[in-house]
Design a protein around this ligand. Structure first.
Ligand code: GDP
Ligand code: IMO
Ligand code: MG
Length: 433
């Protein structure tokens, strides 16, 4: 197949997640053959609306509603198998089967119940300093990976005895450290036996699904197949470039898309940054453009800003160009998809944060310190809004003049073209550039 986006395109969230990545992935999947997830796990919630029906993807790539497309869960992901199988069932009940076209990297790390337990314990112990994680076991699973004790999908199919041994060692080690070993040794043994039985079942089911996905990508590329990489989370949740420590535990940027799939960086031909027309954040951490007043409340209400994974209300605020520009820098964004522009209809005045001042001086770079970031004074540009319903607009020229000006201002301030503009929830509600 041929796409104007080249043979390998990466889609990346430019803010703190939930920018609307899933919707563009679903739309563009029509022109790609393979859709790959590269990082994160079921902390992601990517929502698609097709003809009024809603589907939320967590682990499965968001392109699989299109029949015949292949999905890959790459080596950079962390996977809770019961959640994966539940999602497969949900997809089937939606009328779409991923059987035979969904592959899981043998190098992807597994999340077990004990990771989820540890995530909850760590959050509780942090008290006021808690990250506000999704409690899906993400951080603890990546910690095991970095500590070189993790258990990978490939372990499940390469030899069940060795897998069982690793499982037993890890659960005992973590149980001792976090104090959740069953007091009754017999009950603990029974729990381990039950878990292993469950995973033996998965190992059977996954025999043909767990493969070296990097070699699969190479082989299919040789046959002319083209690939869309679906980022999860957002750049400012990246473990290196995000608002550390209020971040996730993976690289959510383009670099992570490469290391999390085995695609060589030089082969990526286009990068699309997903930029919500305003800003949201779930969980703790600094958020300079947050509006805790009426406007923030209105954005949450009109934008339906409640987490797709946890249902938590999202914190809302205005578009922040400092955030966008840092994402453009780190990811080498070629084009923006500005999403949810329709949500801004009906605001008499719109605000854009163009930069920050700190102690009275303009900040030249995006601060690494959350202490600094939480004390910056945002510089605000006000623009006139529009009152028309834009959800039926399908061409840039159809948009009200003030909406056009808003988009042009984003292009000017970020020096990056806007190629796609989201004007509603449904698959067809997108101005395609
Ligand atoms: P993701 O995690 O980046 O895929 O985004 P989420 O699915 O968590 O959150 C984005 C929400 O906005 C979802 O409910 C989408 O259906 C919705 N959405 C995406 N694009 C648009 C848009 O252009 N307009 C409106 N009104 N909703 C949108
Ligand atoms: P998608 O792919 C929004 C946030 C959590 C928390 C922090 C760490 O749907 O955009 P974790 O469970 O990863 O250890 O939580 O990161 N977070 C997200 N916020 N969208 C997401 O995914 C997120 N995934 C994680 O709220 O603040
Ligand atoms: Mg989401």
């Amino acid at each position: 197949m041929l796409s104007s986006l080249g043979n390998i395109c990466v889609i990346i969230g430019a803010q703190w997640g939930d920018e609307g990545k899933g919707k563009l992935v679903d739309i563009l999947s029509e022109e790609f053959d393979i859709i790959a997830r590269s990082a994160g796990g079921a902390n992601a919630g990517h929502t698609i609306y097709v003809e009024g029906r809603k589907f939320v993807f967590h682990l499965i790539p968001s392109g699989l509603l299109h029949k015949g497309k292949v999905g890959i869960i790459g080596n950079g992901c962390v996977v809770h198998l019961p959640t994966l199988f539940q999602e497969i069932e949900d997809l089937k009940s939606y009328g779409v089967s991923p059987d035979g076209r969904l592959f899981l990297s043998d190098r992807a790390h597994l999340i077990f119940e004990y990771h989820i337990k540890i995530d909850c314990i760590q959050e509780e112990r942090k008290g006021k300093q808690s990250v506000g994680t999704t409690k899906r076991g993400i951080g603890p699973a990546y910690t095991d990976k970095a500590s070189r004790i993790g258990i990978r999908a490939g372990d499940l199919v390469s030899g069940f005895e060795a897998f069982s041994e690793k499982f037993r060692t890890n659960i005992t080690r973590h149980g001792e450290m976090y104090g959740f070993l069953e007091e009754n040794p017999q009950e603990f043994e029974e729990y381990i036996a039950k878990q292993l039985e469950e995973y033996r079942g998965y190992s059977e089911k996954l025999k043909n699904m767990i493969i070296d996905t990097t070699e699969y990508i190479r082989d299919t590329r040789r046959k002319g197949k083209i690939i869309l990489v679906e980022g999860a989370q957002g750049t400012h949740l990246d473990i290196d470039f995000g608002t550390y420590p209020f971040v996730t535990s993976s690289n959510t940027t383009v670099a992570g898309a490469c290391s999390g799939t085995g695609i060589a960086p030089s082969k990526v031909e286009s990068v699309i940054g997903i930029l919500k027309a305003y800003t949201t954040r779930v969980g703790s951490g600094p958020f300079p453009s947050e509006d805790t007043g009426e406007d923030g409340e209105k954005l949450r209400k009109i934008g339906g800003e409640y987490g797709a994974t946890t249902g938590r209300p999202r914190r809302c605020g205005w578009l922040d160009i400092a955030v966008a520009n840092y994402s453009a820098l780190v990811n080498g964004v070629d084009y923006w998809n500005v999403t949810k522009l329709d949500v801004l209809s009906d605001f008499p005045t719109l605000k854009i944060i163009t930069g920050y001042k700190y102690k009275g001086k303009n900040l030249k770079s995006f601060p690494a310190s959350i202490d600094v970031l939480s004390k910056v004074e945002p510089e605000i540009l006000e623009m006139s809004g529009w009152q028309e319903d834009i959800s039926k607009c399908r061409k840039f020229e159809d948009l009200p003049k003030n909406a056009q000006k808003y988009i042009k201002k984003i292009e000017e301030l970020t020096n990056t073209p806007v190629k796609y503009i989201g004007v509603g929830m449904n698959r067809d509600a997108m101005i395609m550039g």
